[in-house]
Design a protein. Structure first.
Length: 337
């Protein structure tokens, strides 16, 4: 058995074990309470649940539009419904059965099958789609961390280094992305990169994947549109999460502070400590909210997870009962880097 196979063999059970320990700790410490979670089943909770579910579905609709725009860069023009189905299938693998095949891999697999030439460029677009979403999340985290330092600097002094670490990391991420776009702007630079890539990866899937990534620097307006959509997606997701605050039944501080802390939690939650970040995000939520004097952080984040998982079951239906997912599309020949 190869070293990487051994690593993968032990990594998933270890992550599952960490998730179980974190969930057990949250219940044992009283930060997750079954009676509060059961409020989700009450009839008076239905309007809040429906509104949060609507927020999640709306964010996925916008994410699908973002993917449509990015795919135009490689000349793959697809209709909205097939892209929405692919987005929901990706969510199904990411949220309902985390730790198995990643949702991005599934989307890349479906899209690659429908590329007549230069197969693999769509996988590069899927990667860019994920990166743009992460950049928007980093921007939210950056602004939120600065806000918390300026307004609650003395209160959050024990978290001083953590907050500045988030500010620094977010800034470096944002600056690196902008720098990469600007550096690759001249055609001569793109051609030089193409020659280097061609030496490392003779024309084939991986070369085409990197070419798909590089084409984004040539069609920068699509990056701008996609980034703006990502900002709206993050805002809608944050609103859907905070909508569930009313179900905690506890007094809460400044909603702006909660929004800022929750943005930071969502950013830190991308660290793949557990499958689907189960338990990890809830742990961050409970300590993050407690830092500004709020209770119920773990319960709100777990409730949001339950809603997103239930909505993502739609993707499981599309996966189990496919109907020519990416059939209605038009292909155009796009120039190389």
């Amino acid at each position: 058995m190869k070293h990487t196979e051994i690593k993968d063999y032990f990594a998933t059970p270890l992550k599952v074990g960490v998730a179980c320990i974190l969930i057990w700790y949250l219940f044992k410490s009283g930060r997750l309470r079954a009676d509060n979670l059961l409020r989700l089943l009450r009839s008076d909770s239905l309007p809040f649940l429906a509104l949060s579910a609507f927020a999640f579905i709306s964010s996925q609709v916008l994410s699908s539009i973002r993917m449509m725009l990015l795919l135009k860069v490689i000349g793959l023009r697809m209709k909205f419904v097939p892209i929405l189905k692919l987005t929901m299938i990706g969510n199904f693998f990411n949220m309902v059965i985390p730790g198995t095949v990643g949702g991005d891999l599934v989307k890349g697999f479906y899209l690659t099958r429908h590329e007549d030439t230069s197969r693999g460029r769509s996988s590069g677009i899927v990667a860019i789609d994920r990166v743009v979403g992460l950049i928007a999340l980093s921007l939210f985290g950056f602004v939120s961390a600065i806000y918390m330092v300026r307004k609650y600097g003395s209160l959050l002094f024990p978290y001083h280094y953590e907050l500045w670490g988030i500010i620094t990391l977010s800034f470096v991420t944002l600056a690196s992305f902008v720098a990469a776009i600007l550096i690759c702007k001249p055609k001569t630079i793109r051609q030089k990169i193409r020659r280097i890539v061609l030496k490392a990866f003779p024309q084939g899937f991986f070369y085409n994947l990197i070419e798909g990534l590089a084409l984004i620097t040539k069609e920068r307006r699509y990056i701008s549109y996609s980034f703006l959509i990502s900002i709206v997606v993050q805002g809608i997701s944050l609103a859907g999460l905070l909508n569930l605050v009313a179900l905690t039944g506890s007094d809460l501080p400044d909603r702006v502070a909660l929004a800022a802390v929750s943005s930071i939690v969502m950013l830190m939650g991308v660290i793949p400590l557990t499958p689907g970040n189960i338990g990890w995000t809830e742990l961050l939520g409970t300590f993050g909210w407690a830092a500004v004097g709020a209770e119920g952080g773990a319960e709100v984040f777990l409730s949001w997870r339950i809603i997103t998982v239930l909505c993502s079951l739609i993707g499981g239906f599309f996966y189990l009962f496919p109907s020519r997912l990416v059939d209605n599309h038009q292909k155009e020949a796009k120039s190389t880097i």
